[in-house]
Design a protein around this ligand. Structure first.
Ligand code: ADP
Length: 319
């Protein structure tokens, strides 16, 4: 019998009714949290401060456990004897890099292998290979203090990959970096995810991070997922007020006429037909930015006129 890839592979992560309350807190940090992260996807988990992102990261990384409900990883519950196996297959990338100051880049990357007792020659060879992958082979002998923020994060990514994980969890991995460096780190994560066929979970408070790299998004608010779906769909037609607010955070500051309102859309592209349709609808293009899911546009539209654009209904989105 020929072997076909299984289409019913379990999700990389599957949260089922997960609840977590910190001691002494009246409200749970996570409650009724149900979320599936498809294998091989790039899932963005976005939420405002206090939404429960760090708590979620602690559960995925196995540093903490749910009070009730179950987190499954690759089809197996993450607790007891499965916890170590899950941790071994999960790479973590942190906002503050978490590098050891007294170790070189190479020694930092090799650390997870050292902790597993891998002999020195083997671990150094593997660590060097990861540093090459992130473009830092030439800086292998530098100490963290001799590296820029972006370089430190590259070391952090190399360290996360050195044990050959199938799941990479990036916790606000670009929040401490300037926009240009942040873009290059996101592009590196995207390349690595595709090359190694990993599942990438990116936890962030920044919608531009979700937009830049993810295939799926889940919006976390007050400990629960309020909206989830494919990134293109959610950004084109966000259903929940929190999603809209997160999208609206980058609302451009432009003067509007009395009859105009500002609307945000994600279009598949911005071709001559779309531009002509905008003109006919009396809409002014205020800002446009291309990204993998299409083109993110802000329009000043007349409150009196309906807006019809080719191939992009429904358009009722945005702030
Ligand atoms: P985020 O990372 O999205 O800012 P957190 O997961 O840190 O959110 O926090 C979620 C909720 O849990 C908040 O109300 C926060 O105050 C509370 N919380 C987080 N960590 C602790 C803790 N160690 N002890 C008590 N409450 C906590």
């Amino acid at each position: 019998m020929p072997q076909f890839p299984s289409t019913s592979a379990p999700p990389a992560l599957d949260f089922q009714q997960v609840r977590k309350t910190y001691p002494g807190q009246p409200q749970p940090a996570l409650h009724d949290l149900t979320l599936r992260v498809p294998r091989g996807s790039r899932m963005g988990i976005i939420g405002r401060s206090g939404a429960g992102k760090s708590t979620l990261v602690r559960l995925i990384s196995g540093l903490d456990h749910a009070d009730s409900g179950v987190l499954f990883a690759r089809g197996e519950a993450v607790h007891g004897p499965q916890l170590r196996a899950h941790q071994a297959r999960t790479g973590l990338v942190f906002q503050q890099f978490n590098l050891l100051a007294q170790r070189t880049a190479l020694q930092n990357v090799a650390l997870p292998l050292e902790l597993r007792g891998v002999p020195r020659a083997r671990r150094d060879a593997l660590a060097r290979e990861q540093l090459r992958l992130v473009g830092l082979e030439a800086l292998a002998d530098r100490y963290p203090a001799q590296l820029s923020g972006g370089q430190k994060q590259r070391v952090g990514i190399a360290r996360a990959l050195v044990t050959g994980p199938d799941l990479l969890l990036a916790d606000e991995a670009t929040s401490a970096l300037d926009p240009e460096t942040s873009a290059s780190i996101l592009s590196l994560l995207l390349d690595i995810q595709q090359e190694r066929d990993l599942t990438l979970v990116i936890v962030t408070h920044q919608m531009e991070v979700v937009r830049a790299v993810t295939t799926h998004v889940a919006v976390l608010d007050r400990g629960t997922i309020v909206e989830t779906g494919e990134t293109g769909t959610v950004l084109r037609a966000p259903q929940h007020p929190v999603t809209r607010a997160l999208l609206g955070a980058h609302r451009p500051q432009v003067p509007l006429a009395d009859h105009e309102t500002l609307r945000h859309l994600t279009l598949p592209d911005l071709n001559p037909d779309t531009l002509a349709a905008l003109g006919r609808s009396g809409a002014r293009l205020v800002q446009a930015q291309a990204h993998p899911q299409g083109v993110d546009v802000w329009l000043a539209v007349s409150a009196h006129l309906p807006l019809h654009l080719p191939g992009s209904a429904p358009l009722a989105v945005g702030a």
